[in-house]
Design a protein around this ligand. Structure first.
Ligand code: DGL
Length: 275
């Protein structure tokens, strides 16, 4: 039986990645699941992020997804390795779960001329040190400075990202990252929600700093993965179906999702995900 590719995020953010994936690989079926009922994940403990993420991924497997992309940096940083090494090996040996950190780390060195990259993410992603560790494997000469932006996801999840109030917190975190680091020339948005703030981010950045979102990077890495793994590509359905599920409220998911995905969608609510 063939099934859809699963795209997971704690809420809406993964839709920015999903949009790029669908543009690049429109032929496949996809199932998006947002754990909006329990978002944000950014400040939650390792154990909680792991438990929540695995519950959602297992549900996606039960819907028939042979492959799930964690389109969430926090889940990729805190849950991916345990899911791969424990759950998949023991219970789902033929299924695969991929994250967004490694493909981003593999390419980020190509964007910087000065060799100094700024990484913006949730507290969970920043504290995990996943980016400095992974980037050093591919680009040991590149310096990485990180900044957590704990208020950005709540602003976005509450649809306040275009409000004047958001400007204050965009400027605040950028100033904290850039002060005393004039050689940063590349800014990685290491949270799938942050592309929604990109116009405000650009407004407060000095000229000459490029802003990198992950959508296109993850989409191209998924294409390469499926080329390298024809046995997995053969298990993915190609009917161009897109389904959207949320552990939160379906009507509010539909209302907000278009800002992330770029077009209107229909969502269904799934119960049973306990806080
Ligand atoms: N979008 C998620 C990420 O990429 C985090 C959002 C959250 O805090 O739930 O890290």
């Amino acid at each position: 039986m063939k099934g859809p590719i699963g795209i997971f995020d704690s809420g809406y953010g993964g839709l920015t990645v999903f949009k790029s994936i669908v543009e690049r690989l429109p032929q496949y079926d996809y199932l998006y699941f947002g754990d909006n009922g329990r978002a944000p994940y950014g400040d939650r403990s390792f154990e909680t992020v792991y438990q929540y993420t695995w519950e959602c991924v297992r549900w996606m497997f039960e819907q028939g997804c042979p492959l799930v992309i964690l389109a969430c940096n926090t889940a990729s940083a805190k849950a991916l390795r345990s899911i791969q090494q424990k759950e998949l090996l023991q219970n789902y040996p033929d299924n695969r779960v991929l994250g967004v950190i490694r493909p981003t780390a593999e390419t980020i060195g190509a964007f910087t001329q000065t060799g100094h990259v700024g990484v913006l993410g949730t507290r969970g992603t920043v504290r995990s040190e996943s980016y400095p560790i992974e980037i050093a494997k591919f680009f040991p000469e590149v310096s990485v400075s990180q900044q957590s932006c704990p208020l950005w996801v709540p602003l976005i999840e509450n649809n306040e990202h275009e409000s004047a109030g958001a400007d204050y917190f965009v400027k605040k975190y950028l100033d904290e990252l850039l002060s005393g680091r004039p050689d940063i020339d590349t800014l990685l948005l290491a949270c799938t929600h942050y592309p929604l703030l990109v116009s405000k981010i650009r407004r407060y950045l000095p000229a000459g700093i490029s802003v990198i979102s992950q959508g296109a990077i993850v989409a191209s890495s998924l294409e390469e993965y499926l080329n390298r793994h024809p046995e997995m590509a053969a298990r993915v359905a190609t009917g161009e179906r897109r389904e959207f599920f949320t552990s939160g409220d379906a009507a509010s998911f539909e209302e907000h999702a278009s800002a992330f995905f770029g077009s209107a969608i229909e969502a269904r609510a799934v119960g049973g995900f306990q806080k």
